[in-house]
Design a protein around this ligand. Sequence first.
Ligand code: SF4
Ligand code: SF4
Length: 494
Amino acid sequence: MSVLLQIGRRPPDRNPASAPGPAPDAEAVSAAGSGGGPLGLAAETKVFRSAHGAHLFVADGSRIYDLPEAAADRLERWTAAAHDPAQDAAVAAGLGLPLWGGAGTPPPRIDGTPAAVPPLASLSLNVMQACNLSCGHCYADEGRFGGSARAMPRETAFAAVDRLLAEAAPGAAVVVGFMGGEPLLARDLLHEVVAHATRAGAATGHAVRFALTTNLTTVRPADAELFAAHPFTVAVSLDGDRVGHDALRRAPGGGSAYDRLRAGLEVLDRYGRPRHLSARVSVTPYTGRLIDILEHGIGLGFDEVGFSAVVSAPDAAYEIDTAAFTGFLTQMVECGQAALRELAAGRPYPFGNFQTAMYELHTGGHRPYPCGAGAGYLSASAEGGLYACHRLVDDPAFAMGSLAQGPDQEARAAHLAARHVDRAEPCRSCWARYLCGGGCYHEVSRRGRTGCDYIRGWLAFCLGAYVELSQTAPEFFRQPTASDLPSDPAALAR
Ligand code: SF4
Ligand code: SF4
């Protein structure tokens, strides 16, 4: 007798980075492990509860089911206690949970096979590795990436666009990202690249979209007009209200970075808004209360406000370490509860981390990697080197070729083979692995996996919130999302 009743929509396998999977109507729980070895129920399932009762999350396929309380309680006690994984199959059978590998059940959707190297779909250009602000928590070391400030030459930027179009799948939409430092310090180049990419994309049959991450302190009317005239996604660094923002984002020579950001927002309001305007909050031990910052950002009119913990900074005092993640989780859940309340009441509440998690769970997002870095996404340095992503520029361990020679396919394949989440410890036995993907490569390479309890805690909260939202406000899931942001594809687990 099956005790399972699936909640939400059961989608086709839409993730190109996932290994080919079975028909999406499989109803089975893996107790055999999807990474090649027997892992057991603790690695494949997670019991959670909501106002609507007990539920079961199945890692493979990110499927969510209702579960009778007695079965939930038994399963929870079994997986929490020291137990013999060889007995898992018998326990699952006793609870009425069908198993992968049994008669008539399909194989897992992700099986430890590395993804094939996909065509390039997104390339970010580090057009200005220098910044007009001085922020101790900036991963880019105030834009210099540990070296000297430098700007990307025009011919390099144009070559980057041409390389992206040459490597993209025929007819596919592509994204050109502008990164820094502060990319608007390279304003003339940015305008030229947009014109070139639009022209060249039309000639090759690729729709070109643009993404920009900026502190917004130097934006001019012509920039705003450019953002409005082309399909632009703009992410603005915002760290709080005037006091909180200026404490973290220092403007050399004096003045308020916050006041300049507000002036920048007025320029956008007056001369043209991008298609999607988000605020990104980098959370440090010095950051104020997150719910206040979230509501401040929403009040400023951003389409979305999201948080990202600073795990690796040039100055370690700005890092969120394992202990600080506990407080971060408490505050994130407080923000999530506010979002749940507002959305359930039918009012918009654009908390980016929460929205991303809701849509991913609803569409059955499951992947063996944290993001597209090194796969469909690469980043070009000012000198024309290619790297796995914008935060890994100049890191030889993540070098992926050059604009002149093209992407290094062997390096990309080796990256995807080595970093499959089912091949990483302790990820391969973590129930959250196909939502998390194993953690940001930049952070893991610098600090290890320091935020796992936070990631699992946040996802456990989101699972309960998803069930509640799908009951109280199903119309939320019928709204379109703006998810063409190449700058931080691992937002789900943040
Ligand atoms: S990084 Fe941590 S939370 Fe993410 S899959 Fe690995 S063990 Fe799980
Ligand atoms: S999650 Fe990390 S590795 Fe992936 S794109 Fe973002 S910064 Fe780069």
